[in-house]
Design a protein around this ligand. Structure first.
Ligand code: CMC
Length: 378
């Protein structure tokens, strides 16, 4: 059999079949199970979209009510996990805290029954319910406070913002935050989802699947870019610095954070929606001058990078939304993880449905077989 050509980063190489998400990178279209992400962001909730992604169809009212209730009942995390988190260094990155605490769930619920739909349902409920609680808990613990318990009367997004800020959020803020979760919930075979599927393919438990995906999402070329965008805007400082800053960065072959995408050769449709959500927040809660700077960067980058198909991606405007919601910068990527847990779990379930362990080949470039050299002779 002929060996397919080597493609670094598996660019353009199909590594799975999937019915979950479709991206048209030329036209800037994104669908989850056939529904436009824009339509879902405007009409659905994060939990309803999670159900859709994982089980393939929109839930009935009864199914949705049951799923919401189950998630609500499993939001609390064991005091043992909270105590473990108290031992984490307060200076550590919240993504590292999340990866460790997500993995620790396997200590509590490790019994695997991967062919049992009830086990799948329970694992989905636990992960979707507990990941936000763990993100919020670490935020309070590192400030020297005790985590606060979830509030049963609050829906998913409001409850998360409440656990984080200790205040019940404004309904518009909660609605916009929920739409952000929808927009980050799934994106086909990105690096962290690929990582999740590889881990899933060994038939390990779903907590290990999510923990491996969290570790992959953390990097600056993937989810970590969202916090770097604000740092970049601050480094640019003022509108008259935009063009010289970009010219220098491009001459030095630096990556402009929040720009470029393996799949999209036009502006990421999620960036378009997030920009609109940011504007709604500014109208309601006051303007952010970093937004004017971001728009100038987008304009100036369009001239310089647009011809290569490099435009704003999902991370470019999301940070401005979260900043207006008062969320600390190093929680942007953990929030991405809260949302993407839905997609990872959809891929986990799909992988189990037609599993074959991932075990690609390689092209060996090392030494020919050679003689052992004893230590004294080296
Ligand atoms: N700024 C400047 N040049 C860029 C950028 C950028 N952000 N992205 C790509 N390029 C250039 C790159 O230098 C290369 O140019 P040349 O052909 O002259 O060497 C060309 O475009 C192809 O780039 P690549 O790095 O080979 O493309 P890729 O498909 O491997 O990378 C990417 C995709 C997202 C990793 C990359 O665009 C990037 O590093 N962007 C910045 C980080 C970022 O915003 N990541 C978030 C991705 S979106 C969602 C998420 O995962 O969070």
């Amino acid at each position: 059999a002929s060996v397919p050509p080597f493609r670094p980063g598996l660019e353009g190489v199909p590594a799975t079949q999937s019915a979950i998400c479709d991206i048209d990178g030329q036209r800037g279209l994104l669908t989850y199970r056939g529904y436009g992400a824009d339509v879902l962001a405007a009409n659905s909730t994060f939990l309803e979209t999670t159900y859709l992604l994982i089980w393939g169809a929109l839930p009935t009212a009864a199914q949705l009510r049951e799923f919401e209730q189950e998630v609500q009942m499993h939001r609390r995390v064991s005091f043992r996990i909270r105590d473990m988190m108290k031992c984490f260094p307060a200076s550590g990155h919240p993504m590292d805290a999340l990866q460790s605490s997500a993995a620790s769930l396997g200590l509590f619920y490790s019994r695997r029954a991967l062919d049992n739909p009830e086990y799948i349902y329970e694992a989905v409920v636990r992960l979707i319910a507990k990941i936000p609680t763990m993100v919020a808990a670490f935020q309070l613990i590192r400030k020297g406070q005790d985590p606060i318990q979830p509030r049963d009367d609050l829906p998913f997004a409001s409850n998360f913002l409440y656990m984080l800020t200790e205040r019940e959020p404004d309904p518009l803020a909660a609605r916009i935050f929920d739409a952000c979760l929808i927009l980050h919930a799934e994106h086909s075979l990105n690096a962290s989802t690929f990582s999740a599927r590889v881990t899933a393919s060994t038939l390990t438990d779903p907590y290990a699947v999510v923990a491996s995906a969290v570790g992959t999402l953390a990097g600056p070329l993937h989810g970590g870019a969202n916090e770097d965008v604000l740092a970049m805007l601050e480094a640019i400082g003022s509108e008259d610095q935009v063009e010289p800053w970009l010219d220098q960065a491009i001459a030095e072959k630096q990556k402009i954070m929040g720009f470029g995408h393996r799949e999209y050769k036009v502006k990421d449709p999620r960036a378009v929606i997030l920009q609109g959500l940011a504007e709604q927040l500014f109208d309601r809660f006051g303007h952010d001058p970093l937004y004017d700077l971001a728009r100038r960067v987008e304009e100036a980058a369009a001239v310089r990078l647009g011809p290569k198909g490099i435009y704003p991606n999902v991370d470019f405007y999301s940070g401005l939304v979260y900043r207006k919601l008062g969320i600390p910068r190093d929680l942007f990527t953990p929030i991405f993880a809260i949302a993407r847990t839905a997609g990872w779990l959809a891929h986990w379930k799909e992988q189990l449905g037609a599993n074959r362990i991932f075990r690609p080949s390689q092209i060996y470039t090392g030494a020919e077989p050679r003689e052992w050299v004893p230590l004294e002779a080296r």
